[in-house]
Every structure is written in C-alpha cells, then in structure tokens.
Write a protein that binds this ligand. Sequence first.
Ligand code: UD1
Length: 416
Amino acid sequence: MKERFLVNGGTRLEGVVGVDGAKNSVLKLMAATLLTEGTTVLHNCPEILDVPLMRDVLVGLGCEVDIDGPVVTITTPAEVSPHADFEAVRQFRASVAVLGPLAARCGEAYVALPGGDAIGSRPLDMHQSGLEKLGATTHIQHGAVVAKADKLVGANISLDFPSVGATENIVTAAVLAEGRTVLDNAAREPEIVDLCDMLNSMGARISGAGTSTLTIDGVEKLSPTEHTVVGDRIVAGTWAYAAAMTQGDVTVTGIAPRHLHLALAKLRVAGADVETYDHGFRVRMQGRPQAVDYQTLPFPGFPTDLQPMAIGIAAIANGVSVITENVFEARFRFVDEMLRLGADANVDGHHVVLRGVEQLSSTDVWASDIRAGAGLVLAGLVADDVTTVHDVSHIDRGYPRFVENLNELGASIERV
Ligand code: UD1
C-alpha cells in the first residue's frame, strides 16, 4: 500500500533540527570499501532507504554489511565478485558507484544499468571514457556496463562537465592504478572531498580535493579505516528553505554553512536573516519572501537538488523569479505539480518563470523523485488547506525522519 503525507498548510516552523550524514556521500563511501580487504566503519550515516539498498549491492558482491543506526560496518573479503546484477542495482542510480572500485580491485566490473530516472537521462559516457583513459576497455552489454583492465595506469583526464558520479568512479579506479592520474574539470562537491578524505585515510594519495584538479598517485593497496560522513547539505538546505517559506525561525546543526553558501546567500536576498556558525546556521524570515532568480550549477553553484525548494519559495514570493536548470535539463516535472497547487509558472526550455502568488491552493500532488517530493511538502506547508502528497517513498529514500523533523519544528503532517 503506497503511503502518502497529509500536510496541513499555514504552520510556522520554529526550533532546532540536526542533519545526519549526506546520502550522496555515504553510498559512495560504502562502495569505496570494495577497494580494500577488512572491516571499515562509517559513522553519522543517515537512516534512509538507500543505505540498505547499497548494503544489498555490497552483500551481492561478497561483503558483510551491518547497519546499526548511524553506524555502518562493512567487511570486504579477499575476493569480491565483479558482478553487480540488475536485481540488486535496479532500485537506485547510486549503485553505479561500485564501477570504479570493482574495476580497480578485480580488474573487471559488470554493473547492470538501473532504469530511467524522473530527473532526466543520466548517461555514463564520462564514467566510461575516464576508465578507458586509465587503460580499461568498456562497453554496454546485455543491460550492463562492462569494464575490463589487465592493469590500470595513471593518465591525464579532462572531463567535459564536472560530473559528480564520473569524478567518483575515476578517483576510485585511479587510487590503485600504477602512477599518477591528473583529473581536470573534476567535480568539487563536498561529497567528493569526503570521499577523497576517506580514501586518503585508507592510504590513498589524492591531492586537490575541493578544487577542479585532482592529482592521484596510485598505491599498491589500501587499508580499512573509520570515517564520519559529511553532513547532508541538501537536507540542511531543505530546512533552510522551509524556514524561510513559512516565515519561521529555524536553527540547523550538523552542517558546514560554506557547503550551502550560495543557497543561504539567496535566502538573504529574499529577505531572510541568516546567521552562520561553525557547524550550523539559523534562518529567520519575517514577511513574504522577495522574488530571486536562481541558476543551478555544479558546486559551488546553486545545487540542482535544491531546485524544487527554489521553485517553492519563488512560487509564493513577491515578484517574478526566473529559475534556470543547467544540470539536469529535464528536471521540471515538479512544475506540473506546482501548477496544480496554484503556482503561476511557465516553463520555457530549461527556464521556469514564476510570478509569485500570495498563497498556494491545496490539492493532491505526486512526488516524482526525492527532492521534488520534499519540495511538494514544503509547498503544502504554505498552502491554504490540507495538501496530500502521494508516492512519498521517494522522500524516505533521501530524508531521514522527514515528517518527524518537520512536526518537531511545528508542522502538522500525517503519514497515512
Ligand atoms: C549526483 C547526485 C545527484 C545530484 C547530481 C548533481 C548522487 C547519488 N546523486 O548525481 O543528487 O543532483 O550529482 O549534483 O550523488 N552526465 C553525462 N555523462 C556522464 C555523467 C553525467 O552526460 O557520464 C550528465 C548528466 O546527465 C547530468 C550532468 O552530467 O546532466 C550531471 O550529472 P552528475 O554530476 O554525474 O550527477 P550524478 O553523479 O548522477
């Protein structure tokens, strides 16, 4: 039976909320444990559905994985299987993060391709060409990406676009390659830095993490480690936008504010009072937000994963906002649901023009992906009555205790 959320509009959010480790980091860190033999312990893991899904992928490859609340312990055997089959990977895209580690550890990898995604097409050409530069052959066969290499050798690689996933797979392959790899136009996301930090603590030699040039000197072997997952900037950003939209006062802990610099700066332009601390921030908003334009870009640009929240605040802002999606150009299915809630929005290519309305009008809406689902709940908080958000299993994949956190801040949401 599919679950749905009944969101009562008109509440104001107030209080303190902590964020756990980032979904987009923990899954890659789990995959990276394939690079070593022995037991690695990850702390601050979020209790979301994708973590047990990645456990199943790793178990299928021969690992033992224990999830105990925020602590995930992974024991990787001397021999891992290079085959990640469709049954294990079909439910989530992040499973492709095992490609680089398997190619490096086994000299071959067969990773079934998950199906399509609601946020648009997600090709793997940069993952493949990066591995090929390192000396692997790759092809797509029977629905799987196949990589083979007698040995990986360091190379100079330039990405066409700073893809997060391609950067991760190239780094995790290059750490055990022979010699030096220089990766230009690498992704700079905090989750990449987190992965490089963990790999370095396992004995890898990576420098430049957080810049667009990564230098990786291959080593013979890595050792298990213990690592704390970086805070989830997208969850933190979701709470920041929820606070501003509901004219609330919310303090978010467990996150480095520099990881959300632009998203918080945009809230200031919209009229919010934003204070930052070492490990958190506070967002206070009085009155209706002002219209602000947004462009999604790779980090440190405005994150595409917060694009639904930008659309949400623009939908009720005073004035006209233009939101431009540059990362996943098909990511506007969410706008159709916002139209159902009474938003005044026009999509033109990869732009949406929003004329803010005073109040959204509650109805039934459907979540198409994790972030769109969260965005719809935020919209429901500022609608005039009870908004029913369907297909909320998407939200559970990425947000731990989503409803509980919001209700503790003063929302009135029921899961049925
Ligand atoms: C990751 C995040 C996702 C986030 C995205 C961008 C995870 C599990 N997911 O996804 O939440 O929205 O980063 O910040 O970490 N592309 C190609 N060829 C490739 C690879 C990518 O054309 O080989 C394109 C994609 O179609 C997309 C763009 O590059 O248009 C960015 O994708 P990428 O940065 O790779 O995102 P993901 O790693 O899939």
